[in-house]
Design a protein around this ligand. Structure first.
Ligand SMILES: [Zn+2]
Length: 272
């Protein structure tokens, strides 16, 4: 999965510092990310005197990663603005994880330039990652959206679905965001009921995954069918829902990053 970068280690301790020449810099702009033609993360030295504001993000082992916020046009020979989706395929896997995590923080900084309480400009905290309003003192911490994903099965078959309105044509697992006042387990039962019209029991925690591309923390569960298996599909959300026998579940070999595929492989291997 995308966060499984061992033996490399993700260091999230907050610091306020400017990049050295070898610091790696993620610059984002209108759905694109700035990379070398070989799809490497550019170094600070390669960005020269481009109009960029730098923020320290994190380190992986001893390599430091920065956010580069363009303050004007950034055009550098050898660097290209590429669609953000290429981040998922960066090599090694730690670079994909770094890209997703950088994108998560970039959106948070981008969307919190002004105070939601008084409209004043926000400034970075000095001792922890937060933004503070200079006028009224209001503080904002990085936003992480809790979501659930659930592998519903009946002992022999796994329930998989295809989205109706998203550019993901392959089969996935049911998922949704946790509502205010709801537990993760209640969310699992509600999403299953709303999207395919069945009941589940024995909802068990499977694992979790930070998914920076959409700013989520995904909590993954398994659940067993409770009662009839007849599906009533919510056509506003889903194009299709289908039960797959254990030896027929669609495995996407190219997906080495998502907890969805981790669970699908686990089911195929008989681990639940
Ligand atoms: Zn304020």
């Amino acid at each position: 999965m995308i966060q499984e970068i061992a033996p490399q280690v993700y260091h999230l301790e907050y610091q306020v510092k400017e990049p050295a020449a070898a610091g790696k810099v993620f610059c984002f702009r209108e759905g694109c990310v700035l990379l070398t033609r070989e799809r490497r993360v550019p170094l600070r030295a390669q960005l020269g005197d481009c109009p960029i504001r730098y923020r320290y993000l994190f380190a992986i082992d001893r390599e430091e990663y920065y956010l580069g916020e363009p303050l004007g046009p950034v055009q550098v020979p050898g660097l290209e603005w590429m669609p953000r989706r290429v981040l998922r395929g960066l090599e090694p896997l730690s670079q994909a994880f770094a890209g997703y995590t950088a994108r998560h923080l970039e959106h948070w900084y981008r969307d919190n330039r002004f105070c939601g309480r008084c409209g004043g400009p926000m400034e970075p905290g000095m001792e922890e990652r937060k933004l503070v309003c200079a006028a009224c003192g209001f503080q904002v911490y990085p936003r992480i959206n809790p979501a659930v994903i659930v592998a519903v099965h009946d002992g022999d078959r796994l329930l998989m679905t295809r989205y109706a309105r998203r550019p993901i044509p392959w089969f996935v697992l049911l998922a949704g965001f946790i509502e205010v006042g709801e537990t993760a387990e209640q969310c699992v039962a509600r999403e299953v009921r709303e999207e395919v019209g069945i009941q589940v029991k024995h909802i068990r925690y499977y694992g979790s995954q930070p998914w920076g591309m959409s700013g989520n923390l995904t909590l993954a569960y398994t659940a067993e069918l409770d009662g009839g298996d007849r599906l009533t599909v919510d056509r506003t959300e889903l194009a299709e829902a289908r039960w797959f026998f254990r030896d027929q579940v669609p495995i996407r070999k190219e997906d080495r990053v998502s907890i969805t595929q981790d669970m699908v492989r686990a089911f195929a291997a008989g681990r639940f």
